[in-house]
Design a protein around this ligand. Structure first.
Ligand SMILES: Cc1cc2nc3c(=O)[nH]c(=O)nc-3n(C[C@H](O)[C@H](O)[C@H](O)COP(=O)(O)OP(=O)(O)OC[C@H]3O[C@@H](n4cnc5c(N)ncnc54)[C@H](O)[C@@H]3O)c2cc1C
Length: 470
């Protein structure tokens, strides 16, 4: 007879849910995870991992097509088997999904394949999910329930997926390369796919309602990114809002509004990347009395507790930023708070945000504009990568590091990086920031030479007027 009573039931096995479940098991809770799709959630199956595999193929393509010559390497005619590109990315997702199943088992977490709905403060109802076996029981009981149900793609009301119209999910499995694509949305997902398709020779148009790429990001970073996309011959249309779309012959015509004027663009395919919606509907939250807030996110307190004291929630389903490592960090925090080994509270400003196109973008904490808007007096150190030995040596000298520090004591409160290796470099600043490190401490720490990370050291020195190499 299967277990039906647990200390904790987690709904969803994404980077929020499976990580929380493992940590809870380490903290001696008896845990089950209920998942209706594949282990690993959006991140491993339909998000971070397969998209980064594709971007890695794009980088290989760019090296072969572009940079090889600079290295004195002559390459003959290049052809692409796009089906293989997609298959390689799916294989990476499959491997990691199997890994999550293994990790849950290794940590004594019961993995239950079913569609879950809250049936009361301590009850979770299970129904059979598509293509899955019948669940082991109709209802499970638990002292606590953790909702980690994630989010799904957002569409405009008149859009229907198919016939060349895709969200990121379809784009990740579509193994026919379109000749042209209109991407609606210049956020992280739109830009990553824009870079990917362009690298494989597809004509890319990116449309964005706001006046900058990566709305909300530091304006200088957004401008630099815009410049590089334009240089790559991507058509970028900022300040253009989606109005409608219609199929004419073999192509889609997308009609746009630009401050009252109507414009249109054409593409064989259309990729909609206009954000994601929390999956808070249809999981019994209303029956249980779990309150939602604006945008359909589940409302939680600083212990990740919902309006029902036995029910907790984390990850994409509770609030932006919708990021995998935020979901994991919240999952660990939630179960540690439940177990009484951690104080309530969570610092969203400690969460780095990354975009993996080329050049990469990575940020953490406050931008200069954000800090000033909060009335914080700041000093800023900026270091172009062209001043960094390794960046020049490896031919990735575009971009910069910008460090934002509070003026009086020099405590680093934010960082924005655009350039090669940005998404790895940001971890140093995230750690330093969480330890309240100052520009002096970043600047005086010997960084390995040559390395891209020297740009952080030099940016810190620049904030104090002491830059050596620029
Ligand atoms: C194309 C793309 C690229 C991305 N790239 C990055 C990136 O590079 N870095 C990054 O940090 N983030 C990235 N993200 C975002 C990241 O994937 C999400 O922030 C992350 O997956 C959220 O984790 P989660 O655990 O909250 O939810 P999810 O990963 O969405 O997992 C939720 C799980 O719950 C399951 N579920 C939902 N409802 C039920 C139910 N009723 N019963 C049973 N199971 C249920 C779902 O099937 C799903 O498996 C990307 C997203 C996309 C779409």
């Amino acid at each position: 007879m299967a277990n039906t009573r647990y200390d904790l039931i987690v709904i969803g096995s994404g980077p929020g849910g499976y990580v929380a479940a493992i940590r809870a098991s380490q903290l001696k809770m008896k845990v089950a995870v209920v998942e209706r799709d594949r282990p690993g959630g959006v991140c491993l199956n339909w998000g971070c991992i397969p998209s980064k595999a594709l971007l890695n193929s794009a980088e290989a393509m760019e090296t072969i097509r572009g940079a090889a010559k600079e290295h004195g390497i002559e390459v003959g005619a290049v052809s692409v088997d796009f089906k293989k590109v997609i298959a390689r990315s799916r294989a990476a997702a499959d491997k990691l999904a199997r890994g999550v199943r293994f990790l849950l088992k290794k940590n004594n977490v019961d993995f239950i394949e079913a569609d879950a709905a809250i049936a009361g403060p301590n009850r979770v109802a299970l129904t059979q999910a598509p293509d899955k076996p019948a669940p082991p029981a109709a209802v499970l009981e638990a002292d606590k329930i953790l909702i980690a149900a994630g989010s799904s793609e957002r569409l405009f009301a008149d859009m229907k997926i198919g016939d060349g119209v895709m969200t990121s999910k379809e784009a990740l499995v579509n193994d026919t390369l379109p000749k042209s694509v209109v991407i609606i949305g210049a956020g992280a997902i739109g830009l990553e796919f824009g870079y990917f398709y362009q690298a494989f020779g597809c004509a890319v148009t990116i449309v964005e309602l706001e006046r900058q790429m990566l709305p909300g990001c530091d304006a200088e970073v957004a401008e630099e990114l815009h410049r590089t996309f334009v240089k790559r011959k991507v058509q970028v249309m900022l300040g253009h809002g989606y109005k409608s779309m219609a199929k004419n012959g073999g192509a889609w015509t997308v009609t746009l509004d630009a401050a009252g004027a109507t414009k249109s663009v054409e593409g064989e395919a259309v990729l909609v990347a206009v954000g994601r919606t929390p999956l808070s509907a249809r999981i019994g939250l209303d029956t249980a009395g779990v309150e939602l807030e604006r945008g359909g996110f589940i409302k939680v307190d600083d212990s990740f507790r919902t309006s029902v004291p036995t029910i907790y929630a984390i990850g994409d389903v509770i609030r932006p930023p919708l990021l995998a490592h935020k979901a994991s960090a919240e999952g660990i925090a939630a179960v540690e708070i439940m177990a009484g080994v951690r104080e309530p509270g969570f610092d969203l400003l400690a969460i780095p945000a990354c975009v993996y196109c080329e050049p990469e973008v990575a940020t953490v904490g406050l931008s200069e504009a954000d800090a000033r808007a909060r009335g914080i007096e700041v000093k800023v150190g900026k270091m172009p990568l062209r001043a960094i030995g390794k960046a020049v040596a490896i031919g990735h000298a575009d971009g910069f590091v910008k460090l934002v520090a509070e003026k009086k004591y020099g405590e680093v409160i934010g960082c924005q990086i655009i350039g090669y290796g940005a998404t790895d470099m940001i971890a140093e600043v995230a750690l330093g920031k969480s330890l309240e490190a100052t520009t002096e401490e970043f600047g005086k720490l010997a960084h390995p030479h040559p390395s891209m990370s020297e740009a952080i050291m030099e940016a810190a020195l620049a904030a104090d007027g002491e830059a050596i190499n620029f």
